[in-house]
Design a protein around this ligand. Sequence first.
Ligand code: 2AL
Length: 165
Amino acid sequence: MQLAVFNGADRAEVTAALRPCIDVRRWVDQIADARPFASSEALLDFARNAADPFTPDEVEAAMAHHPRIGERPTASTTEASMSRSEQAGVDPADREITTALAEGNRAYEEKFGRVFLIRAAGRTAPEILAALHERLNHTAEEEDAIVAQQLREIALLRLEGVISE
Ligand code: 2AL
């Protein structure tokens, strides 16, 4: 969507475009209400600030939308297609890496009680696996901060993809 269209569109259309970036109503509403933006950069800066911090409830709600790494969603929603493209570095046919990721995901979920979440775009499968192994050593508090940061990075990258000048 072009920035000029985003600035002038009805609220419903704008919130529908923003929600697949991250399903946090406060973030979506604050951005929709702050229009018009003078540039994509101004929009991204505003969105970055509105995402910092996310409350623990917002993190939990947003997490529910993210499939496990290595489990590409097949749905035809915008969110699922964003997720597939973010996970493009993980080849589902590579059994060695998908098995290692599945084992790591299981261990992570057992320890932290939620899905392992990482900004996958721009990362190779071995990089994701290495991060997973390292993060398994963290405390719950350390992971809370990392997960919120990964959600911010995913939301901002998605927003960048939604808006053009
Ligand atoms: C994801 C996803 O779907 N996209 C991304 O960047 N990370 N999932 C995850 N569990 O980390």
